[in-house]
Design a protein around this ligand. Sequence first.
Ligand code: PMP
Length: 307
Amino acid sequence: MAQTYPDWIWHNGEIKPWRDATVHVMAHALHYGSSVFEGIRSYATPKGAAIFRLTDHLKRLFHSAKVYDIAMPYTLEQLAAACRAVVKKNGLDKAYLRPVAFRGLGGFGLSAETPTDVAVAAWAMGAYLGDGVLELGIDACVSSWQRFAPNTIPAGAKAGGNYLSGQLIAREARRLGFGEGIALASTGLLSEGAGENLFLVFDGALHTTPVASAILHGITRHSLMTLARDAGIPVVERDMPREYLYFADEVFMCGTAAEITPIRSVDGKPVGAGKAGPLTRRMQELFFGLFDGRTPDRHGWLEPLDA
Ligand code: PMP
């Protein structure tokens, strides 16, 4: 998919033209995957544009940096201001934001201390897994690649290097003609999608894989669990074997980019009626309702663009 980019980007403390935000070929992160990043969305709401759970995303960025001893040269408040500034400078309201912090140029070797480069990009992005997928759903497959074991690469840190695993899973799925891949954990039990968390529906209850199953602690996942509980929908966090994907009444994936994407088949077997099911639709209504005002923002998740 060809990507068109907006004019402006925030880089190391200043907003500059997109083409000028460049990195040296010897930057540490390019060689060793030593970057941490976030994916955040802003939405146009009846009360003005708002960035969804900006503070929680930036907290996760700082946690990820802590795991890899990546010194953050800016405070959370400064990065929040940078996020707002770059959305506004590009004249966006509904946008995808990508803060990234990485080991730059100035040290080599695995334990080198390097300066940290920080950038925040923002651009308009539609449905991540393709046009119409939020309504129609996707055909998914279980990947032949497993997620990393918890004592190898920490799944809870959103680091660039983790996404080698995600690329193997996503690219294999696309190569075989599927919309997305679902990975098993090193335990052999269900983990998550290449870049999305996973929910299965059984008898009107949401079941999602636990943090110990090598998943990223998704902010959308947490939001959906909270919205469901607020609405009296039971939520269970538990380990599940692969075949539960075939037994489930409904399956969907969620993430900032993927939002709530129904899964209509897994491994060529239809999920339930082979289309987005009623609880998936209900969760979409509750989630997207946050942005058009139908769902009250009880938890202060909509952080105004003009703060
Ligand atoms: N798992 C992985 C591997 C991801 O990359 C993402 C996207 N950040 C998610 C889950 C969903 O997380 P979130 O809802 O915080 O975007």
